[in-house]
Design a protein around this ligand. Structure first.
Ligand SMILES: NC(=O)C1=CN([C@@H]2O[C@H](COP(=O)(O)OP(=O)(O)OC[C@H]3O[C@@H](n4cnc5c(N)ncnc54)[C@H](OP(=O)(O)O)[C@@H]3O)[C@@H](O)[C@H]2O)C=CC1
Ligand SMILES: O=C(CO)COP(=O)(O)O
Length: 328
């Protein structure tokens, strides 16, 4: 029988647990704070994230024991921020998940080598290709919490697993698309978080819809170039790539856009970080993607703008004046 082991207790994990338990699938949910695990088990909702979402506790077992969750489950799902992955995997024995499918819902780069989450997890836990997968968007946890129509993407290469996961995450308000381009989707998700930040900066600087439309159109072209150089022949005008970029660039739920908006309004990077109560992956993604692509023969002015503002502390308005000249 299928049992999911979900690792991570934030908004995305909460939305995913809701989908799975609504579908009457057993979920063993690892939360690093015991009090959070107990509160969710008792109240049937997560007090800290998406607290309006009611969870079906009949199918839910919360725990702050990694080993218990990993060993009891048949499918492992990681849904923590990318900078929490290495810490999460400390003391995580790969024997606990031998021959189990492992799915990453993480968007970001990991460590100083800027590895993709799926690659990092697979290297650490020695997961064979056919048992690796990712869960991607375009989606925001809040809208899933409200059962708003959403398209999800399952990235996996094994046809049996593709179909099984598609069934697990489908619902009347959820369509699940299958895509075997795992690394392309992950790089697209990393880049789109950078675009969300830059779109937010533009908003904070009081640029209007006319400019932001040009910014996003250029971002799509940049995304295509990045993916080509990463070895993906993706048709980017589909939901898993462009869709994910658009939702982050335009949605009021986007944490990256909110973070960028604060920078545009004049907050320092540290002050903007302090004001966030959820992760904005685009910050680390900007550095990871910049360093990964800096020797590529590509012009990536949007990525460079984000990098110069966030990591070289250049004045955001000055950088946008330069960016204006480079957009086509
Ligand atoms: N939110 C969304 O709509 C979507 C998010 N994602 C991606 O999912 C990932 C998680 O994001 P999200 O849930 O939104 O983030 P949140 O900021 O909402 O929550 C982060 C969660 O991860 C937990 N965490 C952090 N580090 C560790 C660790 N080392 N061990 C165990 N738990 C840890 C935190 O625990 P604590 O509360 O104790 O600090 C918290 O519960 C990100 O990569 C994000 O880009 C992808 C698609 C949609
Ligand atoms: O990855 C995410 C949703 O796709 C979360 O990032 P945003 O909240 O910035 O969109």
């Amino acid at each position: 029988m299928i049992e999911f082991g979900v690792f991570g207790g934030g908004s995305w994990a909460t939305a995913l647990v809701k989908i799975l338990t609504d579908n009457k699938l057993i979920v063993n949910w690892y939360l690093r704070r015991t009090e959070q695990a107990e509160a969710i088990q008792n109240a049937g909702s997560n007090p800290d994230y998406l607290n309006f979402v009611t969870l079906n506790t009949e199918y839910l077992q919360c725990s702050s024991q990694k080993q218990f969750v990993a060993q009891k489950s048949t499918i492992i799902l990681f849904a923590v921020p990318s900078d929490g992955l290495s810490d999460l995997l400390i003391g995580f024995d790969r024997k606990w998940i031998h021959n189990k499918a492992v799915l990453s819902a993480v968007k970001g780069t990991v460590g100083e080598e800027h590895e993709l989450p799926s690659a990092y997890i697979s290297r650490q836990l020695i997961i064979p290709n056919n048992l690796q997968g990712i869960l991607a968007g375009p989606c925001h946890a809040e809208e899933i919490g409200h059962r708003k129509k959403t398209y999800l993407t399952i990235g996996a290469v094994d046809p049996h697993w593709q179909q099984m996961l598609q069934a697990c995450f489908s619902a009347d308000y959820l369509d699940v698309r299958i895509n075997a381009d795992i690394t392309g989707i992950e790089w697209a998700a990393i880049y789109k978080n950078v675009v969300g930040l830059v779109s937010g900066m533009a908003k904070g600087l009081r640029y209007g819809d006319n400019f932001i439309a040009v910014l996003v159109a250029n971002a799509l072209a940049e995304l295509r170039e990045v993916l080509r150089h990463m070895g993906s022949n993706a048709e980017i005008l589909s939901s898993s790539y462009a869709g994910d970029l658009l939702v982050t660039a335009y949605s009021t739920h986007s944490r990256n856009r909110l973070f960028g908006e604060m920078i545009g309004r004049g907050y320092s990077v540290d002050k903007a970080k302090d004001a966030m109560n959820m992760v904005a992956e685009g910050y680390g993604a900007t550095r990871g993607l910049y360093q990964t692509t800096r020797n590529f023969p590509l012009k990536l002015p949007i990525l460079q703008t984000a990098y110069r503002v966030l990591f070289k502390y250049m004045p955001v308005l000055t950088e946008f004046k330069l960016l204006e000249q480079k957009l086509t």
